[in-house]
Ligand binder design. Structure first.
Ligand code: HEC
Length: 181
């Protein structure tokens, strides 16, 4: 036995065995259904952390290749508020507006986005809204919204940290969907 082969066996074998054990365990979970897939129990902390952190890193990587947006105007924010109120508020709420009660049944729960404009850059927000998030209730809006529609929502989300409940109510009242007769 050459020294190369000896080294390979000494170091490679334990890793290969461990890899095989993990693969067998994983397949066992799939085959037996020994994992709670109901939405009534939250993700185990490790799964919640790993999936969310992967989403954030994936979004950062993809968004880095987008060109920066033009400056947003007040008209962009108003148009974005109307689209948000029609499509997003049930899941994500808004200043002075609670999420719909049924969203408590979603796992993971959709977060309030009052701070999303500080946590994510405009390009990152664009990527999330345009493409959605796998294995969560967050839809991709690619099929139903134009790129410029999505940018107006990003303008709105960027303005959201400074927006009061009264500001939101004003934007909402100005919208056809939110207007009360
Ligand atoms: C059916 C419910 C639902 C609707 C409707 C919905 N979302 Fe989401 N959204 C989610 C969920 C669930 C997550 C959490 C994903 C995760 O944990 O990674 C999410 C995540 C997000 C995030 C990332 C927030 C963060 O802190 O990770 C943004 C931004 C976002 N949504 C914006 C929107 C916008 C804008 C709309 C409307 C165009 C919208 N969402 C519509 C369920 C929804």
């Amino acid at each position: 036995m050459g020294p190369r082969l000896g080294l390979l066996l000494r170091w490679g074998l334990p890793w290969a065995t461990m890899g095989l054990a993990v693969a067998v365990f994983g397949l066992g979970v799939v085959a037996t259904g020994a994992y709670d897939t109901t939405a009534t129990t939250p993700h185990p902390a490790l799964v919640a952390w790993a999936t969310h952190a992967t989403m954030v890193q994936s979004v950062r990587r993809e968004a880095a290749s987008l060109p920066p947006p033009r400056r947003f105007t007040a008209a962009d924010v108003a148009a974005g508020a109307r689209l948000y109120d029609a499509n997003c508020v049930a899941c994500h709420g808004a200043p002075g507006v609670a999420r719909a009660a049924w969203t408590d049944g979603l796992t993971p729960n959709p977060p309030y986005l009052l701070d999303a404009g500080r946590q994510f850059t405009p390009n990152e927000l664009y990527w999330i809204v345009r493409h959605g998030v796998k294995m969560t209730a967050m839809p991709s809006w690619e099929q139903t919204m134009s790129q410029s529609d999505v940018w107006t929502i990003v303008a709105f989300l960027s303005a959201l940290p400074e927006m009061s409940a009264a500001d939101y109510a004003r934007e909402r009242g100005a919208s056809p969907q939110g207007a009360t007769p």
